[in-house]
Structure formats: C-alpha cells, structure tokens
Design a protein around this ligand. Structure first.
Ligand SMILES: Cc1cc2nc3c(=O)[nH]c(=O)nc-3n(C[C@H](O)[C@H](O)[C@H](O)COP(=O)(O)OP(=O)(O)OC[C@H]3O[C@@H](n4cnc5c(N)ncnc54)[C@H](O)[C@@H]3O)c2cc1C
Length: 425
C-alpha cells in the first residue's frame, strides 16, 4: 500500500501473542474469496488449509477491477498486493454510444481521489497469483472437491470427493456460485436468475490512439454493450454483451468473425479490439445471480464471496465484496473465544451491504441493457442529464469500505477539496 494512502483505518490490530492459538480452519475453494479469507485467518492465528476442486491454480482468465473498497479491505488485513504495478490504476471512465460519441464521463477518478485509495484493473490470473504470493507456504490441496460437512460439538468435519475427510474448528465455504457448502446449509438449489444476455470476454495486447492509458470505456448500444479496460503493460481486457435467450447463449460458438459481424459499425477502437484478439483469447460466459439468501452459516460454518451472494457484473463488485467479507470475518473471529458467535456477527455485519450491492447491480444491469429506441434513448438521456452530485452519490457507496475509510484525506497527487456533503448525499 503506498504511503500516500492514509485513509484506511485498520480495526484488526490485535497482537499475535494475544490471539487464541492452535485453532484450525478449512477453506473450501481457492478463488479470490477463498485465498483472501485463508490469508486473513492465517494472520488471525489459525492454522489454515485450502481445499480446491480444480487440479491447479487458475492462471489465465480475463480481467477484473479491484475497486477502492476492496483495496481498502486488503489494506485493513495488512495485505499490500502492489496492484498498481501488476495492473493499471483506473484514471478515467467514459460511457459512450456505440459509435463513440460521449454520453457521460463518470466521476470515478474524483471519488477515488477523495477516498484516497486506488481502484485497479488487473488480469484475474495475476490477482490470484499475487494473493498466493502473500503466503507462499499456505497449504492449498488441489483436486479436492468439498462434498458435505458434519458438525460435532465445536468441530466440523468436511467430506471431500474420493472418500477423504478433514476436520477443523472452522469451515469457510468459498466454493463459488454452485457452492456445495451453501447447498447443504440451505437445502436444494434455491434457483438462480439469469442475466438475460450473453457476455463475451477477450484479452489482447492493444494500443489505439482513441484509447487513453488508465481508461475504462463503456460503449452502449441497443441491448448491447462493449467495455474496454486497460489492465496495464500494454494489455487490454474487453467484454461485450448482447441480450439473448439462455438457450441461444449456451449454444454460441461463433468466434471472432461472428463478433466482428455483431459489432460492425461500432466505434473503431471496439472493432479493432475484436479484430486483433487471438481466437483462443476469446470466450463467452453466462452470467447470473441468485435471490439473496439470509442464512449463510450454522455453528462453525459460514460462507464468503459468490457462495454467499453471487451478483451480476455491472458494478464490478463481486470479487470486491468477497475481499470485504474476508476482512470483516477476520475482524470478528481474530480474537474471539466463541467461534460460532463470531461467525454470526460476521454474517450480520455483511448481510445488508451485500444485499444492497446484489440488488443495485441487478437493477443497473437491466437498465444498461435497455433495448428498443425509447428505452435506449431514455437510458442515455438519464445518465447524460443526471446532476453531477447525484451521480457521485450513486457511485460512491459501493467504493467505500464501510467503517474503514475516511474521505477527504491527502491522496497521491495532492488533496481533494470536494465537499464532504457529496459523500453523504
Ligand atoms: C465476466 C465477469 C466479470 C467480472 N468482473 C468483476 C470485476 O470487474 N470486479 C469484481 O470485483 N468482480 C467481478 N466479477 C465477479 C467476480 O469474478 C466474482 O464475484 C469472484 O470471482 C467471486 O470469487 P469467489 O472466490 O467467491 O468465487 P470463484 O471465483 O467462483 O471461486 C470459487 C472457487 O471454488 C472452487 N470450487 C467450486 N466448488 C468447489 C468444491 N465443491 N470444493 C472445493 N472447491 C470448489 C472453484 O474451482 C473456484 O476455484 C466478474 C465476474 C464475471 C463473470
């Protein structure tokens, strides 16, 4: 964390010697949620082992933004990922129409400056590798799918595929959207809500005279969008969406030629991004969320990340919420003598915020995908005409890690004198 980032107020500062010792934790899943939680628990004095279904660490993948609230949460755990060196700090954020005409410049840089904590865009594999580097000797057992657990007194036993069993004082379900731990806690799948559109993802070396370094640029069309994201080191991560029934989205196998066809006539920097992306660096995904669940745990078991609160992608906050979960979990459990009570306190502390972000993401996602001339014009005009103050007030809460950030302090490159009323508005 740069020394010019004084706004994070660590809450978790109990000395190692004061922490209860010899406690053990099992984390199911080695994604962003699992790795961050494992590091946090280790630093809280737990002996942690991560069990991951996949055969190895995910190395490739596409990009993502680690927004200021997530960077602040990492900092509160004493984790400095040096993200700005590994990815690219977000410096400007534009929303344009499909031909490249500006709809609105979003005030993320202003908010980020006032909060004093950067937001960084980075390759997903790089983020995971960076987390892993924090605790190189953290045991991660691959090819170990969690199937079910059994609580007995204060202890929990996890049953893994192929008949293996492990036992600990705590079990954290960080096993993503289709979490086995969640399924056991909440009964059969509660159902999920599809986004209503397909998402294509690409990653490539890229430079374009109309694409400024440090930019995130969204292009909004008719039931279609395209995003260009600078992830640093001359690399671009892009995503594209199009409203599409699920069955057709699942069958899509079109490749680059099909995408060039679908985005013909869009801004030249969009077409260029598709044109130069190697065919094997391009894929499609189906995005979905779930109706929010209130029950995240029982006894010594709880959930973090997508296992607890999967969300759509419009606010770029899924991984950030997972990182916040890990920070609050560590805060609650770090010095606690009663683990179950600490886990319930963690869940109580996270429910309202994550529910709000899940629902806000769903609402903004539906609005952004507006289709038809009337809805589309309304969407563009809505954002073009929204008062600056109102836009800031809408964007800022997600970027603020509650209770841990004090806006208005010195930041890299100077001080912000923006009235704090905007923050509160
Ligand atoms: C297209 C797209 C763009 C996104 N962009 C952003 C963004 O810009 N910013 C942001 O913050 N978020 C973003 N997100 C959301 C973010 O990717 C997720 O919220 C985040 O990855 C969730 O992390 P997780 O560790 O909870 O789950 P996952 O990343 O799904 O990790 C779960 C892990 O558990 C493992 N696992 C699964 N089942 C088991 C089992 N039974 N036993 C053991 N292991 C198991 C999996 O193999 C996986 O490694 C985006 C998502 C998508 C799809």
């Amino acid at each position: 964390m740069p020394s010019s980032m004084p706004c994070v107020r660590p809450k978790f500062d109990r000395k190692w010697a004061e922490m209860p010792q010899n406690r053990t934790a099992i984390v199911a899943g080695a994604g962003v949620a699992g790795l961050t939680t494992a590091i946090a628990l280790r630093r809280s004095g737990f002996d942690v082992t991560v069990y991951e279904r996949a055969e190895g660490m995910r190395s490739g993948g596409f990009g993502l933004s680690v927004m200021s609230n997530a960077v602040a949460a990492l900092d509160s755990l004493g984790i400095d990922l040096d993200l700005e060196q590994r990815g690219r700090a977000l410096e400007r954020y534009y929303v344009k129409d499909s031909r490249g005409k500006l709809i609105r410049e979003f005030p993320f840089p202003e908010i980020i400056a006032r909060l004093g904590v950067p937001s960084v865009c980075i390759g997903r594999g790089d983020l995971l590798a960076t987390l892993r580097d924090q605790e190189p000797d953290l045991p991660v057992v691959f090819g170990a799918a969690a199937e079910r657990f059994e609580v007995s007194g204060d202890r929990v036993r996890l049953y893994l595929a192929e008949g293996r069993e492990v036992e600990a004082d705590v079990l954290i379900g960080a096993d993503g959207f289709h979490s086995a731990i969640r399924r056991q806690l909440n009964g059969p799948e509660e159902g999920w809500r599809e986004s209503g559109y397909i998402v294509w993802l690409g990653i490539t070396d890229y430079a374009h005279p109309r694409f400024e370094p440090g930019s995130v640029v969204h292009f909004w069309g008719d039931g279609k969008r395209f995003g260009l994201v600078d992830i640093g080191h001359g690399r671009l991560y892009w995503w594209a969406t199009e409203n599409m029934p699920l069955a057709r989205a699942q069958e899509w196998s079109g490749g680059r030629a099909d995408l060039l066809d679908r985005y013909r006539g869009w801004a030249e920097e969009v077409v260029e991004a598709i044109r130069i992306t190697p065919e094997d660096s391009l894929t499609s995904v189906i995005t979905r969320d779930r109706p929010f669940i209130d029950r995240w745990g029982s006894g010594p078991v709880t959930l973090v990340g997508d296992a607890a609160h999967p969300m759509l992608t419009s606010l770029g906050q899924g991984a950030a919420m997972a990182i916040e979960d890990a920070a609050i979990l560590a805060e609650q459990i770090g010095g606690a003598d009663d683990i179950s009570s600490a886990l319930r306190a963690y869940e109580d502390g996270r429910r309202d915020r994550t529910r709000a972000v899940v629902e806000a993401t769903r609402a903004i996602s539906d609005f952004e995908q507006s289709q038809g001339p009337v809805r589309r014009r309304f969407r563009d005009a809505y954002f073009r005409l929204m008062p600056h103050r109102a836009l800031v007030a809408r964007l800022e809460p997600a970027l603020t890690f509650p209770g841990h950030m004090t806006p208005g302090r010195t930041v890299r490159g100077g001080t912000s004198d923006t009235p704090s009323a905007i923050v509160e508005g």
